[in-house]
Ligand binder design. Structure first.
Ligand code: SF4
Ligand code: SF4
Length: 503
């Protein structure tokens, strides 16, 4: 056994004068940073991940968590993580795992896009009180509408509309399975989705019986592991999603170790207790667009053509061609997950170096589908790094029909994006199955915070629409003319289909 030469990333400290020895920090820390030493709290700062649960629950504000100033000597080439990972790999011979989305300093193009505003034509006077339409329908749209006269002599729609998902605002909650997050976290999201009139997604873990009451606000997912998939499940939600890839780990599948499969998760996933839940990267019955077409239509048959079928893919280099094939295979929704998207667990090397950002992928897919005259055949959901309403508005202007939120939803529950979800020790009760931790997350209480977030973003979106002089989200969708790029090179602007500022 080697002595570890890695240095702690954070320094947890307790002001002993302020401390009243209530031991709440010991109870609240999921990573066992604190222990009782007989007369005072002892600290193992190596274990600290800066989730800040202790800080929030210390009644005396006695705790501080600082970035370790020692770390290593500063070096422009050899950063802290390079040195620490080499030391860790030298000790373990293993692949460092991580959670959440990439924290590498790649450019975020949303931050280099600015939204237009009108000043003298027709800006809204009060966008929060004037009618401002955010309602969004996801699914295939007919190329044209036909009308006929009804028995009362009034025109009525003759065209049979394909099945749609109705959203009161262009936001959905991204797939997060029971297993990767706790049941209480999933319930929190389900309650919020129902209250908001939007949808959540089961992820690949099946549908727990406690979530069934929210079925009119749920997309059920079919992944390669086929966990929990049966005819009841397929018909339980408002849509079915086939998961092909995930932005945080394109090209590799999911793996929930057997020790994280207790009875309840096993029952929901329809697998034996304690077995590893492996969902391989490829779906073993899909090796071509024709195979995908067969699965899409098998699902449509099983659901009597009453539900849209979505296909979720990771944003990779040839994403536009892949999306085109998916739409031609009969999908009603294409869900694109950019490489900054979160994950419960992934090798850092994959998360940080594979895939492409959602901004490029979205623009390329929207453009390709328009060029091929099939944009109306499927809606586009953009995911993977939507941090604010501004990101959402810019994604919609680049061509998305709606955006999916995961990390931002978890932040409302207390998550500090510490990235240690893969350990199963989340002190906030989110990405853990430890009963003493999951019980901390009261779904009714935290759903209110999540609802507040979406209300706030909806208000902001209305303000943006008002400033743009439009009164419906439909008018922003794919309207790249309303965006300008700042500090972007001509090739990037070309891919985004956006002019530079000043033009
Ligand atoms: S929670 Fe705060 S006051 Fe209580 S033991 Fe820990 S450091 Fe001391
Ligand atoms: S969910 Fe929990 S473990 Fe994961 S990043 Fe957030 S606080 Fe950390």
């Amino acid at each position: 056994m080697f002595k570890s030469l890695a240095v702690p990333e954070f320094l947890a400290k307790i002001d002993q004068i302020k401390c009243i020895k209530c031991k709440r920090c010991i109870q609240n820390c999921g990573w066992s940073v604190y222990a009782w030493g007989g007369d005072k709290v002892l600290i193992d700062t190596f274990k600290c991940v800066k989730c800040l649960r202790c800080y929030h629950y210390c009644p005396e504000e006695a705790i501080t968590i600082e970035d370790n100033p020692v770390k290593y000597r500063s070096n422009a080439n050899w950063g802290f993580y390079n040195i620490r990972n080499i030391k860790r790999q030298a000790e373990t011979g293993g692949i460092p795992l991580t959670g959440m989305g990439s924290d590498m300093p790649y450019p975020v193009l949303f931050d280099s896009l600015l939204i237009d505003a009108c000043q003298v034509t027709n800006p809204s006077i009060d966008p929060l009180r004037e009618p401002m339409e955010l309602r969004t329908y996801l699914g295939k749209k007919p190329a044209k509408l036909e009308f006929e006269n009804g028995p009362d002599g009034k025109p009525k729609l003759k065209t049979k509309m394909p099945p749609q998902i109705k959203l009161e605002a262009p936001f959905i909650f991204a797939p997060m399975s029971y297993g990767s997050i706790s049941l209480n976290a999933q319930k929190t999201i389900a309650i919020a989705a129902k209250e908001l009139g939007i949808v959540m997604n089961t992820g690949e873990g099946g549908l727990h019986e406690d979530i069934y009451p929210y079925r009119s606000n749920i997309i059920v997912q079919v992944a390669s592991g086929r966990f929990g998939v049966n005819p009841d499940y397929l018909n339980a939600g408002v849509a079915v999603e086939i998961k092909i890839g995930q932005g945080a780990k394109p090209g590799i599948g999911g793996h929930l170790p057997g020790e994280k499969i207790p009875l309840d998760i096993a029952k929901t996933r329809m697998i034996p207790v304690g077995t590893d839940a492996i969902s391989p990267a490829p779906q073993h019955d899909i090796y071509s667009i024709e195979d995908l077409r067969q699965l899409i239509f098998a699902i449509k048959e099983a659901t009597n053509y009453t539900k849209p079928v979505s296909v979720k893919i990771a944003a990779v280099h040839n994403v536009a061609a892949i999306a085109s094939g998916i739409v031609r295979a009969g999908a009603d929704i294409v869900y694109i997950d950019g490489f900054r998207g979160g994950t419960g667990a992934a090798p850092s090397i994959i998360r940080d170096h594979l895939g492409i950002p959602i901004e490029h992928a979205l623009a390329a897919v929207d453009e390709r589908l328009r060029q091929e005259g099939i944009r109306n055949e499927a809606s586009i959901i953009a995911a993977g790094g939507i941090r604010s309403c501004a990101d959402a508005a810019k994604a919609i202007a680049l061509g998305a029909d709606a955006v999916a939120l995961a990390t931002s939803a978890l932040i409302t529950m207390g998550c500090t994006v510490c990235g240690k979800c893969y350990t199963g020790n989340c002190s906030w009760g989110i990405t853990t199955q430890r009963p003493e931790l999951t019980v901390r997350l009261d779904p009714e209480v935290y759903a209110e915070r999540l609802i507040n977030l979406i209300h706030a973003w909806s208000h902001e979106l209305k303000e943006i629409l008002g400033a743009l002089g439009v009164n419906a989200i439909e008018s922003l969708r794919g309207s790249r003319e309303r965006l300008r790029g700042i500090g972007l090179d001509s090739q990037t602007l070309d891919i985004l289909g956006v002019k530079p500022v000043g033009r």
